[in-house]
Design a protein. Sequence first.
Length: 129
Amino acid sequence: MWNMADIFSKKKRSEIMSKIRSKDTKPEIIAKLILKEFEYQPKEFGRPDFINYKKKIVLFIDGCFWHCCPIHSKIPEQNKGYWIPKLERNLTRAKEVEMAYKMAGWRVVRIWEHELSKLRNRLSFQKLV
Ligand SMILES: [Zn+2]
């Protein structure tokens, strides 16, 4: 099991966890990013945003527009005939990539872009993205 204790004191850790806790986020995953357990933008299949080879975790940050976020997604009024199939293909592709990783024994984590920017502003994760 992953453990931050060797890097952060208990107090610091609970401080971090309390700041990033919210119903939509995955605090453990974000905390891992803070600790730089992940490599950023590896040249791997499906272009994950972060990867941890040792633990076999890939992390995707889903853009609100490109991945049709239920909160922010807005298909442009003009050219709907172009955008709808394009975005559908994008989602299908993302599912295929996710499935391929899972079949190979990887854990796949997805974070919405809007979750990330919220966290970055609050905690100044300058180096995260
Ligand atoms: Zn969003």
